[in-house]
Write a protein that binds this ligand. Structure first.
Ligand code: SF4
Length: 69
């Protein structure tokens, strides 16, 4: 699991709870609908390629969020 306190997470302002991410402008943006997320629908967390495949929270968010293609 990615920790909010690890350097990459701090740099990208990752929050396990997207609603706590102050830079998030799109209220619908979540790890679960991000292009870098490969978790299964309904799972609480899943791998993120930006974090080298480590697990991020489905309801999380970071500054690298991009709409799932
Ligand atoms: Fe979540 Fe996407 Fe950021 Fe990965 S890149 S932590 S899936 S918002």
């Amino acid at each position: 699991m990615v920790s909010e306190s690890e350097p990459t997470a701090v740099a990208l302002k990752y929050k396990m709870d997207a609603t706590k991410a102050t830079d998030r402008k799109d209220a619908k943006a979540l790890c679960s609908n991000c292009n870098f997320y490969t978790g299964k629908p309904g799972d609480a967390n899943g791998p993120c390629s930006v974090f080298g495949g480590k697990l991020v929270a489905a309801k999380g968010w970071c500054a690298s969020w991009a709409k799932k293609a």
